[in-house]
Design a protein around this ligand. Structure first.
Ligand SMILES: Cc1cc2nc3c(=O)[nH]c(=O)nc-3n(C[C@H](O)[C@H](O)[C@H](O)COP(=O)(O)OP(=O)(O)OC[C@H]3O[C@@H](n4cnc5c(N)ncnc54)[C@H](O)[C@@H]3O)c2cc1C
Length: 419
C-alpha cells in the first residue's frame, strides 16, 4: 500500500462529467487529480455514433466555456487548432454532429494529465488516509476526495430476456448485428420512442430496410420542448431554485419538466417523417410504421421469426418481427463501494444516495473526506444533472466545495423568469 500514487482527488470514469472537472481543476489549482476509466481510450457512447446523428446541446456548452471561456480546452479552440472552424461554421448545422463532439472530447482528454484508461475500478474503500481505489487486488491510487462520474449503461428489460441474442438486442448492438441482417424486407421492430430509438430507425432505413415497425409507449412520439423558457430550466438559477424546495415538491416539478430534455430532437423527428415520405414515394408504401401507445409486454419465438405481444388502446395486438432492437433507456452504473463504505451512505426514501446542492454525497464518518456524485442526482438537481448542458458549472461547484474556496464564481443573475 505504499507505492501507489496519492492525489488530492480521484475521479471514477473519464466521460464528459469528469473530463470537465479535471480540465477546470488542473488549470485553477496546483493540486493533482487522476481519472480512471475502464474504456481502452477516450470514447463517448461510441456504439451509438452514426454518421448524421446530431447533438441535443449547443456547442457553446462544451467542457469549460460556461465558467472559463478563456480555457485552452474550449470547443472553439478545438475548431481553430484542428483547422475546422470555417468548414463547421459554413456547414450551418443547427446542432453539431455527435461524431464531432466525440472528436472534441478526445482532443481535450489528450491534453489532460493523469487519465488512466483500461482500468476498471471495482472497489473503493475509505481509510484514515482517505479513499483507496482498487482494480482487482491492485491499489491504483489514494485520494483525499472522490468524484463519481460513472455514467449510465443500457439494459434489456425482463420481457425481452431469454431470446436469441442475434435476433433481440439492445440499440448499442445494432452496429455489430447489421452485417448479418441480410434480408432487407424482413420486419424489424424498434422498441422505444426516445432519441436512441429514432436513431435506430434512421440507421435501419439508411441501410435499406423496408419494413420497420417503431413502437412507443406514449400517445405520440414526443419531441423536446426547446422554447426559451424551457431552456431557462437549464441554468444555474433554476438549479438553485430547485435546491430551495422540499424533496417531494422538487421531485414532482422535475418529473413534470421531463419533456424539456428527455425526448426526441424535433429535427430528427421531422427528418424521419420526410425520409419515410420519400420511401413511400419510392415503394408505394411506408417503409416505417409508427406504432405509438403500444406497451410491448412479451415476445416469443415463432418458427424462424418472433412475435411481439403488446397492449394498445382497448385491445391487444401481435406483431411479427425477424429482429427486435430494444432502446429502452439507460440505468445508472452501480457504484463500486466496498461494504463498509456502502453501509455508511445516507439513503433517501427511494433508497438512493442523498446528493447535496454541491453534489456531495451524504455519508457517515467523513472525517474531512468528501464523495461527489455527478450525473446521479436527477431528483435533487433536475435534468441538467444528467446531460451536458451544465457540465462546467457542476464541475465548478464541486471544485469550490472540494477546495473550500470560491475558485470559480458561478453567476446567473440576469434572469427574466422568477421561478
Ligand atoms: C447516445 C447518447 C447521446 C447523448 N447526447 C446528449 C446530448 O446531445 N446532450 C446532452 O446534454 N446529453 C446527452 N446525453 C446524455 C449523457 O448523460 C451524456 O451524454 C454524458 O455521457 C454523461 O457523461 P458522464 O461523464 O456523466 O457519463 P458517461 O459518458 O457515461 O461516462 C462514464 C464513464 O465512466 C466509466 N466507468 C463507469 N464505471 C467505471 C468503473 N467502475 N471503473 C472505471 N470506469 C468506469 C465508463 O467507462 C464511462 O467512460 C446522451 C446520452 C446518450 C446515451
Amino acid at each position: 500500500m505504499t507505492d501507489h500514487p496519492s492525489y488530492f482527488a480521484v475521479g471514477i470514469g473519464a466521460g464528459p462529467s469528469n473530463l470537465s472537472l479535471a480540465a477546470l481543476f488542473e488549470t485553477a489549482t496546483t493540486k493533482r487529480i487522476a481519472l480512471f476509466d475502464r474504456q481502452p481510450g477516450p470514447a463517448w457512447h461510441s456504439d451509438l455514433l452514426y454518421s448524421g446523428v446530431r447533438m441535443q446541446t449547443g456547442w457553446l456548452k462544451d467542457l469549460v466555456s460556461l465558467v472559463d471561456p478563456r480555457h485552452k480546452l474550449t470547443f472553439h479552440n478545438y475548431l481553430v487548432t484542428t483547422g475546422r472552424l470555417y468548414a463547421l461554421l459554413n456547414a450551418q448545422f443547427d446542432a453539431i454532429p455527435r461524431i464531432e463532439y466525440q472528436r472534441y472530447l478526445t482532443w481535450a482528454a489528450e491534453q489532460i494529465n493523469d487519465i488512466y484508461y483500461s482500468v476498471n475500478i471495482d472497489k473503493i474503500s475509505l481509510t484514515d488516509d482517505g479513499f483507496v481505489v482498487y482494480s482487482g487486488d491492485r491499489v491504483m491510487a489514494q485520494a483525499e476526495h472522490l468524484v463519481l462520474g460513472v455514467g449510465t449503461q443500457p439494459f434489456l428489460p425482463e420481457e425481452f430476456s431469454g431470446m436469441p441474442a442475434d435476433k433481440v438486442f439492445i440499440a448499442d448492438d445494432l452496429r455489430k448485428r447489421l452485417p448479418a441482417m441480410t434480408d432487407r424486407d424482413a420486419p424489424v421492430a424498434v422498441v422505444g420512442a426516445g432519441q436512441t430509438g429514432v436513431e435506430c430507425v434512421f440507421r435501419l432505413l439508411g441501410a435499406g430496410f423496408t419494413n420497420i415497425q417503431w413502437f412507443g409507449r406514449k400517445q405520440w412520439f414526443q419531441s423536446i420542448d426547446d422554447s426559451p423558457i424551457a431552456n431557462d430550466m437549464y441554468r444555474p438559477s433554476h438549479v438553485d431554485f430547485l435546491q430551495g424546495l422540499t424533496r417531494s415538491t422538487r421531485k414532482q416539478l422535475i418529473a413534470d419538466h421531463k419533456l424539456t430534455g428527455d425526448a426526441l430532437t424535433p429535427g430528427a423527428l421531422r427528418a424521419l417523417y420526410q425520409a419515410n415520405y420519400d420511401g413511400m414515394l419510392e415503394l408505394g408504401r411506408y417503409p416505417v410504421t409508427l406504432l405509438p401507445y403500444r406497451d410491448v409486454t412479451g415476445i416469443a419465438e415463432d418458427g424462424d421469426g418472433l412475435v411481439l405481444r403488446c397492449t394498445a388502446p382497448d385491445r391487444r395486438e401481435e406483431h411479427p418481427a425477424r429482429y427486435v432492437v430494444v432502446a429502452a433507456g439507460r440505468r445508472s452504473v452501480p457504484m463500486p463501494f466496498d461494504d463498509d463504505l456502502r453501509e455508511r451512505l445516507d439513503l433517501d426514501d427511494d433508497n438512493e444516495m442523498i446528493v447535496e446542492s454541491d453534489y456531495a454525497v451524504s455519508f457517515k464518518g467523513m472525517n474531512g473526506h468528501r464523495i461527489y456524485a455527478l450525473n446521479h442526482s436527477r431528483y435533487s438537481h433536475g435534468l441538467t444533472n444528467a446531460g451536458l448542458t451544465q457540465l462546467p458549472v457542476r464541475a465548478a461547484r464541486v471544485i469550490n466545495s472540494m477546495t473550500g474556496e470560491e475558485v470559480f464564481r458561478i453567476a446567473d443573475e440576469l434572469t427574466s423568469v422568477r421561478w
